[in-house]
Write a protein that binds this ligand. Structure first.
Ligand code: FE
Length: 208
């Protein structure tokens, strides 16, 4: 019975998404009255295997002044004309038992390499959902510093139907980390710089 309900629910979600997809990019933009998308593309019936994690919930930090509701659905935020060095961020969204959360929402926004936010449009803003393994992938640029702030990437993370975690990701060794009152060492990504710069961070949500 439960399996049937899940199948029906998954079918409803797929139908809802398909309906949205046919109306163009603007349909993916949440209404202003709904700051975050509320649908989930999850159609996975089985639970992915746990991933090694600290079992300590990712801390939240301030949203800051530059969040804009209605970001486009996009995992690639960089592109022509975007200032900054390319950066690939990957990771998972997990629960406190280290089990991946399928269909979790991640809504990213950040400054470009010059420390500038796009407050008129949606450059370097976009939301995505974790895949069947609870994984996300963000193609962006390394953000620049701006007055009072070290390098950081803003994000809101939400398990399907769960509370929203608002937090920021930081860069190890960034010279102004120690001077930034918002900086939190628990939010440091693992960054490797070779031919290109990649970073990894697994979010752990305290409730789903
Ligand atoms: Fe910021």
């Amino acid at each position: 019975m439960e399996a049937m309900i899940r199948l029906l629910l998954a079918g409803y979600l797929v139908a809802a998404m398909t309906g949205c997809a046919g109306t163009g990019t603007s349909a993916a933009v949440p209404r202003a009255s709904s700051p975050l998308p509320t649908t989930s593309p999850s159609t996975q019936a089985s639970t992915p295997a746990p991933i090694a994690c600290s079992k300590v919930a990712t801390p939240g930090v301030t949203e800051g002044p530059y969040f804009k509701a209605g970001s486009p659905a996009a995992s690639t935020l960089t592109g022509p004309g975007v200032a900054g060095t390319s950066l690939l961020v990957t990771g998972h969204v997990l629960n406190l038992n280290c089990a991946p959360i399928v269909g979790a929402l991640l809504d990213f926004w950040q400054a470009d390499g010059n420390g500038q936010y796009d407050n008129n449009g949606y450059r370097l803003r976009g939301h995505q959902f974790t895949d069947s393994q609870g994984a996300y992938r963000l193609e962006t640029v390394i953000p620049g510093e701006y007055p009072g702030r070290t390098q950081h990437i803003h994000v809101k993370v939400q398990a399907p139907g769960g509370p929203v975690l608002t937090t920021q990701l930081f860069f190890p060794g960034s010279p102004r980390n120690s001077q930034d009152s918002i900086f939190n060492g628990a939010l440091l990504m693992q960054v490797s710089s070779g031919a290109s710069t990649t970073a990894n961070y697994d979010f752990i949500l305290s409730s789903e």
